[in-house]
Design a protein around this ligand. Structure first.
Ligand code: ADP
Length: 616
């Protein structure tokens, strides 16, 4: 810069030389010094001074355009030029520094202003500036949003535009305080553009000029409407709770475990028959009023609830000052501190004397009812037992009365048949018919009496350990000539184990199955009986090669009085044999079922529990 300005001046001076003559004014070079120092500061100014003085020789020395310091007089302008150059450099340099500093601080100010504006504009808090006449001079975006206006709409509007009518006077009073230089922090209600309440917490401080004159108010505003609503709701619910407790005649209490302090509500005092606040409540004072019989238990329950942080729920009696007793129910909640230690217990006590009275009466009534019911039950059982005994006796008498003449008839007819070997064939045939019908009648009577006994519940099993094969032998023996001409195959597999059965009854079942096998299979066809044992059961299969049973009938044949329509021997049965057999097997906890292929025969299966395994 210094070099450039000196060169420029040199060129200018050289060009003007014809006009200016040999002694041209040296001050021209001070121009270059001034420019250099102004823009570059002291350093470039001094450089320009040095260069300008040197180049000035060229023009100042006489004759000009030479480098010959011939005359003493030539030094004066040279030194003068040099001195002036230094002075200008210092002056311009300091001006340059001052200007530079001014520019720096203006820049810093601009930056800080922009920063503050950003903070104000983006602050969540509402910022509101008003002049001495309460007119809005500034509001940030948050403030405008809070009130439902835009920043532009708020400008110049008085504060009364944002207040409910009844609040205006109060705010004006506040304004007077602020004008006197007093700052405030308080809750104020504002009016939202839509007319709704906007509860705010404000911090207001007066803004004053340099001479202390009042310029306006700066208000920082926070929306606390939600807090306020929550507070109101809480207060309302507390009020409701207090009303409900009073309506329920319930008393509240609080026990601070750490300090031992106890608080009783007025109702609590009244419940205990005392005047509210008559004495300082305490844990001991409370326990002393508990009936002595309940005291130990109440104290233990309370301590346990505190230890386990459980709900306190205790019924106990209290003794009133007039020695009367009252039943109360005490419910409470244990609260812990931050470290989990039980801190305090809060609870409710209710008078349950009436309830207890009703409960006691109800219990007495229930006990009386139960006693009456038990007596009635016993009487009914006794009557049933007597009825059973009567029925059994009647059935036994009936069986005896019916079987006795039949046995006589059978004996007589057997005698007649035996003694009629030389008689007429017609007589023999008639005697055979009487014999067969006697057998049939005998079966009918037996079945009818068994059914009646089962229905009367008179079937008493005489259970014990018996080998099932023995019952089959007994059944075969009873049938006797009934299987005449038939081959009976008996197969036994597995280790024989005794079953838990009534020997006579199970014999009757196998007799029935063998009877049926003979009845419903062709004469002379073989019968097969197989018996196998497992850990749990003994299973017996009675097979014949008869007509078989249709699949749809297999489940019906165990029903009472069911007889297959396709039965080959319709007159031979009663339809009761299998149903009686099933009842007997069921009573043993066993199972009876049939598998059959029509045309190829039937297999009746009986499963009975092994003794000692499934005994009831
Ligand atoms: P019933 O006195 O008629 O024999 P049951 O109760 O003993 O009465 O038998 C019911 C029906 O089951 C019989 O009518 C018969 O149709 C059928 N039934 C029973 N056992 C056999 C068998 N071994 N073979 C074919 N059908 C049988």
């Amino acid at each position: 810069m210094a070099l450039l300005s000196v060169v420029l001046v040199f060129i200018l001076r050289y060009e003007l030389q014809p006009l200016l003559g040999e002694r041209s004014p040296f001050l021209l070079f001070t121009l270059s010094v001034m420019v250099s120092a102004w823009y570059g500061g002291l350093g470039p100014g001094l450089v320009a001074t040095a260069l300008g003085t040197c180049v000035g020789f060229y023009f100042f020395l006489v004759p000009t355009d030479t480098w010959n310091l011939a005359y003493k007089i030539d030094w004066m302008p040279t030194l003068l030029s040099f001195g002036i150059g230094i002075a200008i450099s210092i002056l311009s340099g300091s001006m340059h520094t001052a200007r530079h500093k001014a520019e720096q601080s203006a820049l810093a100010l601009r930056e800080s202003e922009a920063r503050h504006r950003r903070i104000v504009e983006t602050a969540n808090e509402g910022i509101w500036l008003m002049d001495p006449h309460t007119r809005t001079t500034f509001s940030n975006q948050s403030m405008a949003d809070m009130l439902g206006f835009s920043v532009g709409e708020m400008a110049e509007r008085p504060v009364a535009d944002f207040l409910f009518g009844e609040d205006v006077a109060k705010v004006e009073t506040l304004f007077e305080r602020w004008k006197r230089g007093i700052s405030d922090r308080l809750d104020i209600r504002l009016k939202h553009r839509n007319g709704s309440e906007l509860w705010t917490h404000i911090s207001a401080c007066p803004v004053c000029g340099d001479t202390g004159e009042f310029l306006g108010i700066l208000v920082m505003v926070n929306d606390v409407t939600q807090h306020r609503r929550a507070d109101n709701a809480l207060r309302e619910s507390e009020h409701q709770l207090r009303l409900s407790l009073r309506a329920a005649n319930a008393a509240t209490w609080e026990w601070c475990i750490a300090t031992g302090r106890v608080f009783w509500s007025d109702e609590h005092y009244r419940l205990f028959g005392e005047e509210p606040g008559a004495f300082e409540p305490s844990q001991e004072g409370w326990l002393n009023r508990v009936h002595s019989d309940d005291r130990v238990q109440v104290r233990a329950q309370l301590e346990r609830a505190i230890q386990q942080r459980r709900e306190v729920n205790i019924d106990y009696r209290i003794v009133l000052p007039d020695s009367n007793l009252k039943w109360v129910n005490c419910r409470g909640q244990v609260y812990s501190d931050a470290r989990g230690r039980a801190e305090r217990v809060l609870g409710v006590v209710m008078d349950i004397t009436e309830r207890r009275k009703i409960e006691t009466e109800r219990e007495q009534i229930r006990a009386r009812e139960m006693a009456a019911h038990a007596l009635e039950q016993a009487a009914r059982t006794e009557a049933a037992r007597k009825g059973q005994e009567l029925k059994s006796a009647m059935l036994d008498a009936l069986a005896h009365d019916m079987k006795t003449p039949l046995t006589s008839i059978k004996a007589a007819v057997t005698c007649l048949l035996a003694g009629n070997s030389d008689g007429s064939p017609q007589r023999h045939e008639l005697l055979g018919l009487v014999n067969e019908e006697t057998d049939r009648l005998n079966r009918l009577v037996s079945n009818a009496i068994d059914t009646a006994r089962l229905e009367a519940g008179a079937l008493q099993l005489q259970r014990g350990p018996h080998y099932v094969r023995e019952t089959i032998y007994a059944a075969l023996k009873e049938i006797g000539s009934g299987t005449a001409g038939r081959a009976v195959n008996f197969q036994i597999s597995g280790a024989p184990a005794p079953a838990d059965i009534d020997f006579r009854m199970i014999t009757q079942v196998f007799k029935q199955l063998l009877d049926n096998a003979v009845k419903y299979s062709p004469e002379g066809s073989p019968l097969t009986i197989s018996c196998r044992s497992s850990d749990e059961n003994v299973v017996v299969d009675v097979s014949d090669l008869g007509s078989g049973i249709a699949t749809e009938e297999q489940s019906k044949i165990f029903d009472e009085y069911y007889r297959s329509p396709a039965s080959s021997n319709p007159s031979a049965g009663t339809g009761m044999g299998l149903s009686i057999a099933k009842r007997i097997i069921d009573a043993h906890g066993g199972r009876i079922w049939v598998t059959s292929q029509p045309g190829t025969g039937s297999v009746f299966h009986v499963s009975l529990p092994i003794y000692g395994k499934d005994s009831p």
